[in-house]
Design a protein around this ligand. Structure first.
Ligand code: NDP
Length: 322
């Protein structure tokens, strides 16, 4: 099969397009013919070695396709089932093996591209808004990178839940997309102090929650944008990792909370995985959650795709088609 393989961590050039053997599903695993794979920022952390992985490996944490073989003791899936998954490495390939415990049946009416675009970032939006900091009607939320993959989905979910949503974006075009997704106000954070703007838009009070996946360059401003006892949900570091932080500052800045969540802990049980995945896929089916997957690449162009994501040249979802 064709696949992208990493034998040494580094820049986009370590994503090698290779011929590899089709894997065999072990006990409890299914073999999926991948029709669309999602690209996520986490793939860059693994490629660079910021997140460790044994070498060599096939990157990619999410995909959708058809079950073509099952291992022993698989009970919930059959050959021919249309399925999607996330959180298991190996999606940048024509075939991937995934434990059946992480696989979700797709509704018939949605495409493989839609499912691959929705799983990881959609469930992230779901747990951020429902569980990491549960939004309520009238909550004020600041969402960074509002035109990004997670940003566009989280904005829509936050609006469904009745929140007042401020987002940030680096360009006017991105700001336009973020507004289309429902943002009440978009701050162009390259030229404007987003913390001051968030304060002034909330009559000097500050927001209840900041969802920050940008990290290094936004962390300090995110703390300043919060109201007393507000929560910073630091869910990623697209601009780099946040440096060491003195916890005593949380008290002087207003008895603030900071959490650093990750999707795996919010989909740890089968019940929680199904709750989030089924909500997200049904919202897509019902057109309550609109996906933007304007950046679609052949598998061989994985390096270009990751460079575009890292270089801030993309909006919404990036997909690879094996
Ligand atoms: P995005 O599509 O949001 O791309 C990242 C965006 O971050 C860019 O488009 C850019 O938007 C903004 N950005 C700001 N500064 C930089 C910089 N220096 N370099 C690159 N981008 C920058 O990516 P994803 O939706 O895939 O992921 C967003 C974040 O969410 C990532 O940090 C990711 O790790 C995290 N994540 C965390 C999860 C979790 O469970 N913890 C799960 C899924 C994602 P702009 O140009 O508008 O500034």
């Amino acid at each position: 099969m064709k696949a992208i393989q990493i034998t040494a961590t580094g820049g986009p050039e370590v994503l090698q397009y290779r011929d590899l053997d089709v894997p065999t599903p072990a006990r409890g695993q299914v073999l999926i013919e991948v029709r669309a794979a999602g690209i996520n920022f986490i793939d860059i952390y693994f490629r660079e070695g910021r997140y460790p992985s044994d070498l060599p490996f096939i990157p990619g944490q999410e995909g959708a396709g058809v079950v073509v073989a099952i291992g022993d003791d698989v009970t919930a899936f059959y050959v021919g089932a249309r399925v999607a998954w996330c959180g298991v490495q190996g999606a940048y390939a024509q075939y991937a093996v995934v434990p059946e415990s992480r696989v979700i049946r797709m509704p018939d009416s949605i495409s493989f591209e839609q499912a691959a675009a929705a799983m990881l970032q959609g469930m992230t939006a779901h747990y951020l808004a429902n569980s990491a900091y549960p939004l309520q009607e009238g909550s004020a939320a600041l969402i960074h990178a509002g035109a990004g993959g997670v940003g566009l989905l989280l904005t829509q979910v936050a609006k469904m839940m009745g929140a007042y949503v401020i987002t940030t974006a680096s360009t006017r075009e991105k700001a336009h997309l973020s507004r289309e997704a429902g943002a009440d106000h978009v701050v162009l954070y390259a030229d404007t102090d987003f913390a001051e703007q968030a304060k002034s838009l909330t009559k000097g009070v500050g927001v209840d929650v900041v969802y920050d996946g940008v990290g290094k360059t936004t962390f300090e401003g995110s703390l300043k944008a919060l109201k007393p006892r507000g929560m910073l949900v630091l869910f990623g570091g697209a601009s780099g990792a946040v440096p060491t932080f003195d916890l005593a500052r949380l008290s002087t800045m207003g008895s603030l909370y900071v959490t650093r969540p990750t999707l795996a802990h919010y989909t740890a049980t089968r019940a929680e995985l199904e709750w989030r995945a089924n909500d997200v896929l049904h919202w897509v089916e019902a057109r309550k959650l609109m996906l933007r997957a304007d950046h679609v690449y052949p598998l061989a162009d994985a390096a270009k795709a990751q460079s575009d994501l890292q270089g801030r040249r993309t909006t919404g979802k990036l997909l690879l088609i094996p």
